[in-house]
Design a protein around this ligand. Sequence first.
Ligand SMILES: [Zn+2]
Length: 317
Amino acid sequence: MSKQFASHADLADKVVSFEKLSDNAYAYTAEGDPNTGVIIGDEAVMVVDTQATPVMAQDVIRRIREVTDKPIKYILLSHYHAVRVFGASAYNAQEILASRDTYDLIAERGEQDKASEIGRFPRLFRNAESIPPGLVWPTMTFKGEMTVNLGNLEVKLLQVGRGHTRGDTIAWLPEQKILFAGDLVEYQSTPYCGDAYFRDWPTTLDTLAGFEAEKMVPGRGPALTTPAACREAIGYTRSWVETLYGCARQGVEQGKSLKQVYEDTRRVMDPEFGHVVIYEHAIPFDISRAYDEASGIVDPRVWTAQRDRDMWAELTA
Ligand SMILES: [Zn+2]
């Protein structure tokens, strides 16, 4: 059975929710599309991930302006993926914050990732012409940890380990125990693993579980508003990553080809996870990277628009 490339069959608009988690924290979510977190202090606002284009970001700004008139001073890039960074220019923020590892990934593969993701997501990038030329460059970087004060509100930016990418960063409100997880945690959606570190990701999730978050904005899926829901989302992501990587490792040990591993892995994954958002798009990329890592390729290979298409043709023919 042939199927449409990546998200090319996914063209129906999603319903946006803008949910208040506390006086300082809001979740902008859209039925499994990439989420944006909003953190509001007495003096400034921080936006965690920007949406795919400036046109999409305008809807985030409109919702922020319904709840505060404080300046949007900071953008945090939880990682380098294009669907999260290319709305940045709409906010006119004073600083764009990211881990040094994320900055390095933008320098190393930002151009290829931009072309690749625009090709994968026609709906999210339908206003791609509103994106300024070039890349979104962080103006302030950190290693490991940074604290930003938004006015009577401390926000911790933390690299707690590799997982979804090498540069993953979370935002944490320690007083309120609210976590902005980026794509390290997904809920009712598919963890994209094309640039992942499968062996590190479960350990990173253990660390996140140790935060005992009471509320969470995951990378995709609805906001989580109870400690039990936060634990469930972390457990769901762990189960996904471990199940998928276990299949790939076993296949590689048995000397199987990528195509064989793809088919075997889907037989295990489809019954449990096949119904969730963006599964059919992500699963070929996820299994490709798992196969590479199990084969000893330490760092994810760069996806280009051409490599995307070649892989798709090989696996889904
Ligand atoms: Zn991502």
